[in-house]
Design a protein around this ligand. Structure first.
Ligand code: PHB
Length: 356
């Protein structure tokens, strides 16, 4: 038997992947009216179907979960139908695809919210910065702390969205608990100063994620459920006073669910720095570990071969290289991603990157 490498197949929960190269979730703001995936979105994912696994762009579980223009949802009939075209196209090419379940929490604006309401969070703490709205960037406003009685309803929305994903033909779902969005706002002590059973101690701060993990795995199966964390990312103005301890404990809590994988953003989007010991998260979790952020072919190969990760996800490289697996196999030159066309727009910078 040859040693483990990027191009070996791997069984992830109940899904057999052709290789360990994963397309990371990437917000592209090109959904259609009603936040419904379009034929253009289908073409984009289909072009990238040789990835071992595609994780879709973050997709809101409810109208309240929205924080940007043109991001797709997974809560309406039209959205389920739009996604069905995407999963059919990816499966026809032999690919596998998970949907990323998203609620942005406070990273939103009343103009994006149902009835113009306040965005919600663990606590009424305003993020620094601006929200991208349909009328351009606007300063964030102070969110409303969720009432304790509202939390069970949001857990149900995660479950419904996971069930909708399976109905839409996805191989599984990834619970987005990273990057300063709602579940992360509960986990970290900089954004959660609640005094009820969802705040205060680390055990309490983990309660919402624990309930979501329990409910989603109960509904669609742990073998079809992954989770994403970002222990030291300060993106979206979030922080924790003891990130190594916090996320070691989160990883340990998650280990009890037999999840398909744990997906970890290693480092800080804002500074590019990575200072924590990510091996500890992997060890506390115990299951399949997917590393992300700043990997190239060489580092990814070394990480898989050295046991630092079981899978590696690639973000910007996948924006620009639909045939990234083939390019890696041949060690071929890569297309450069164009930052100007990352968010919003049309086919330009989306489906027009050339394959070899
Ligand atoms: C973004 O819109 O920039 C974005 C969305 C979801 C993430 C990270 C970044 O997890």
């Amino acid at each position: 038997m040859t040693s483990k490498n990027l191009f070996n197949e791997i069984k992830v929960g109940s899904t057999l992947l052709a290789n360990r190269i994963v397309m990371a979730p990437l917000t592209r703001n090109r959904a259609g009216d009603g936040n419904v995936p379009t034929t253009l979105n289908t073409e984009y994912y289909k072009q990238r179907a040789t990835a071992g696994l595609i994780i879709t762009e973050a997709s809101q579980i409810s109208p309240q979960g929205v924080g940007y223009p043109g991001t797709p949802g997974i809560h309406s009939e039209g959205q389920i139908k739009g996604w069905k075209d995407v999963t059919d196209a990816v499966h026809k090419k032999g690919g596998k695809i998970f949907l990323q379940l998203w609620h942005v929490g406070r990273i939103s604006h009343p103009s994006l919210q149902p009835k113009g309401g306040s965005p919600v969070s663990a606590s009424a703490i305003k993020p620094d910065g601006e929200c991208m709205t349909y009328e351009g960037p606007k300063p964030f406003e102070t969110p409303r702390a969720l009432e304790i009685g509202e939390i069970a309803g949001i857990v149900k929305q995660y479950v419904q969205a996971a069930e909708n994903s399976i109905e839409a033909g996805f191989d599984g779902v990834e619970i987005h608990a990273a990057n300063g969005y709602l579940l992360d706002q509960f986990l970290r002590d900089g954004t959660n100063v609640r005094e009820d059973q969802y705040g205060g101690s680390l055990e309490n701060r983990m309660r919402f994620l624990t309930e979501v993990a329990e409910a989603v795995t109960g509904a669609v199966g742990a073998a079809k459920t992954g989770i994403r964390l970002s222990p030291e990312n300060t993106f979206n103005d979030i922080k924790d006073s003891k990130p190594q301890v916090t996320f070691n404990t989160v990883a340990k809590m998650l280990s009890s669910f037999n999840l398909a994988y744990l997906h970890v953003v290693e480092g800080d989007f804002m500074t590019g720095e990575s200072t924590l010991d990510y091996r500890q998260f992997k060890e506390y979790f115990g299951g399949l570990y997917m590393g992300n952020a700043g990997y190239d072919l060489e580092r990814a190969g070394k990480s898989i071969e050295g046991g630092g990760a079981d899978l590696i996800s690639f973000g910007s490289l996948y924006i620009a290289n639909p045939d990234l697996v083939e390019r890696f196999k041949q060690n071929a030159p890569l297309n450069e991603p164009d930052q100007e066309t990352f968010y919003g727009g049309d086919a330009k910078g989306y489906t027009d990157y050339p394959s070899l």
